[in-house]
Design a protein around this ligand. Structure first.
Ligand SMILES: Nc1ncnc2c1ncn2[C@@H]1O[C@H](COP(=O)(O)OP(=O)(O)O)[C@@H](O)[C@H]1O
Ligand SMILES: [Mg+2]
Length: 300
């Protein structure tokens, strides 16, 4: 198993500083690592240049990317270019999109995640009348995001809608979200019922509630690692070892994350899934332990 990381911009032989600790931890765990030029891929749309420094191998070698998020079309380009060099990424483009786009995995997680409706939308397009779409939510609070990301750090401005029935508030928050996402809006809008989650003992100053959330990592349906999601605040609970194990086995991806949260009434819900290759390792997680766990998952 080879690990593919991003090189530092303008320093093609050095890892991107944001991933330097992970590269060190991955090598210490026994992984071979290679670097790609992320800027060439995303800014120049030159996938050949992006993989230039990857040594071609004659034998098909399993590989896993750890780096910045990619739009599905670019992931597919990277997947093909690496395959041409003998590296086979763990998730094919369909598997990548399955966890990257919330609407794709929603049918699998639906029984355990807040009720969700979807509106495909191109970046910067005018908003249609949202009332019919949001009618099932009555006057309950919502959050808005795109198929991939929210603007949770602009919680009151562009994420949280206090009442689905308040048309002015809906328009204000959604409009602002679309504006802030700009050309980066991923595929459309997702509206989710807001569910009260258990707060952490301390609160952040950004207005976003910090709650008892965890990021769980799965390889081939098995949980291999888990960590607290937030770096600040005091956790008083831990995600049970078999939490949503049955759901995880149905997810159509070999390597993914499942973010889970404790609800105020003492239950658990799934916040979202993510492709394991582009999901951030939470700051409080021990990179050495993570890469050892990943290595052990592929040892057999
Ligand atoms: N339906 C919801 N009910 C309550 N809180 C939510 C809900 N959805 C998201 N959140 C909170 O907002 C944060 C960001 O939402 P998330 O869907 O994970 O967006 P992102 O993809 O930007 O991380 C979550 O970590 C959680 O704390
Ligand atoms: Mg999230």
């Amino acid at each position: 198993m080879k690990l593919v990381f991003c090189a530092a911009p303008f320093a093609p032989t050095l890892p991107d500083s944001a991933y330097a600790d992970e590269v060190t931890a991955a090598r210490a765990a026994g992984f071979d690592t290679v670097l790609i030029d992320f800027e060439a891929l995303v800014n120049d749309r030159d996938v050949r240049a992006a993989v230039r420094r990857v040594q071609p191998s004659d034998q098909p070698t399993p590989a896993l990317y750890r780096g910045w998020m990619l739009k599905p079309a670019l992931y597919a380009e990277l997947y093909d270019a690496l395959q041409d060099r003998g590296l086979l990424l763990i998730n094919d483009p369909a598997a990548y999109q399955h966890c990257h786009y919330l609407p794709e995995s929603y049918p699998i997680i639906a029984p355990h995640t807040p009720r969700t409706v979807v509106l495909p939308l191109t970046p910067n397009a005018p908003l249609p009348d949202l009332a019919p779409l949001l009618q099932p939510f009555g006057d309950r609070p919502l959050i808005v995001k795109d198929y991939v990301k929210s603007r949770k750090h602009e919680w009151h401005e562009a994420c949280f809608i206090p009442s689905a029935a308040d048309q002015a508030a809906v328009r204000r928050v959604v409009q602002r979200f679309v504006e802030l996402q700009g050309d980066d809006l991923n595929a459309g809008l997702v509206f989710r019922e807001f569910v009260a989650l258990q707060p952490l003992a301390q609160h952040s100053k950004s207005g976003m509630p910090l709650t008892q959330e965890f990021r769980l990592w799965f390889v081939d349906g098995q949980r291999i690692f888990s960590s607290q999601y937030w770096e600040e605040g005091t956790y008083t609970t831990w995600a049970p070892i078999d939490l949503f194990a049955e759901v995880a086995r149905q997810v159509q991806s070999r390597f993914f994350t499942m973010d889970v949260a404790r609800t105020l009434d003492g239950g658990w819900l799934i916040v979202e899934l993510g492709d394991g290759q582009v999901a951030g390792l939470p700051e409080t997680a021990d990179a050495a332990l993570f890469y050892r766990a990943l290595r052990a998952a592929f040892a057999t």
